[in-house]
Design a protein around this ligand. Structure first.
Ligand SMILES: [Zn+2]
Ligand SMILES: [Zn+2]
Length: 276
């Protein structure tokens, strides 16, 4: 190789390395330089993942108050049939935009760096499962979008933690968009949507098992609730939900009056998303 070609080759290699290095050492949400293999900068960790806040011990929503359960769950309006769900971050700002880019702009590769921190978070908050199960997409939507974001997350966790995937849960009916619907309307919308379609071997595997049910976002918990019910009807012993993001219940409430429920429901609707 002549000197000039070698030098050009060296320049290309250096450029490629620097691009790769820069990409891997930038905060995934704001592009600030981060070191030591971090995925998020300290500011983004604090703003979007709120390690200082409790999660509702039932539905996983972030809580500004010192309560261990959100008001919806205290009032019996939380998701039923699940042991617990937990949300990694708050569905807002750059984290919300990131999740929407993954899903609606078909950018599943953005999830790639989340494996280690998401795996750590999950193991710190949930007991280790026998199986990881993604919330399924209907075939029609899968055809439009090209991938299922929950399945991409489940696959990341599978590779990160070495926990097997169970793929017998299916969405057998497309559902109308959930945006703007109340919890009751969402539950009605989801009747008979999920079913187990599995071999007898698959059914045997789920008997008595502890499952992590994976989705990107939860608002009312209706989707997780329906999937959990179907899994339990088929023999799963425990179902734990894990999502990238959920809403935040504002603090400073001293009791659970009707007007305060109104505030929470309103805030939930402002955070409304399509959860499939
Ligand atoms: Zn950042
Ligand atoms: Zn709750």
């Amino acid at each position: 190789m002549s000197g000039s070609i070698f030098s050009l080759w060296q320049d290309i290699k250096d450029l490629a390395r620097s691009l790769l290095y820069d990409k891997e050492s930038a905060c995934l949400l704001c592009a600030t330089h981060v070191s030591g293999g971090q995925v998020f900068c300290d500011d983004c960790k604090q703003t979007y993942f709120r390690p200082d806040l409790n999660r509702c011990s039932h539905c996983g929503k972030l809580l500004e108050s010192q309560h261990t359960e959100c008001e919806d769950c205290v009032a019996g309006r939380g998701p039923k049939g699940m042991e617990q769900a937990v949300a990694w971050g708050h569905y807002t700002g750059a984290w919300r935009e990131f999740i929407q880019n993954v899903k609606f702009k078909s950018q599943p590769y953005l999830l790639k760096r989340l494996g280690p921190p998401l795996g750590d978070f999950a193991l710190r908050h949930l007991p280790p499962p026998n199986w990881i199960v993604p919330v399924p997409l209907h075939d029609e939507r899968l055809g439009e979008r090209g991938f299922n974001q929950a399945a991409a997350m489940a696959s990341l966790l599978h590779w990160e933690l070495g926990i097997p995937l169970w793929e017998g849960l299916h969405r057998v009916q497309p559902t109308a968009p959930q945006v703007g619907l109340s919890r009751k309307e969402r539950l009605h919308n989801l009747e008979s949507v999920f079913q187990i379609v599995s071999s007898s071997q698959g059914l045997k595997q789920i008997q008595g098992a502890r499952v992590w049910l994976i989705d990107d976002v939860t608002t009312t918990g209706a989707t997780l609730e329906h999937c959990a019910k179907v899994l339990k009807r088929s023999g799963a012993a425990q179902v734990y939900g894990l999502v990238l993001a959920a809403g935040l219940e504002k603090g400073q409430k001293k009791d659970y009056s009707a007007s305060e429920f109104g505030v929470i429901i309103g805030s939930d609707r402002r955070e409304s998303v399509t959860i499939f």
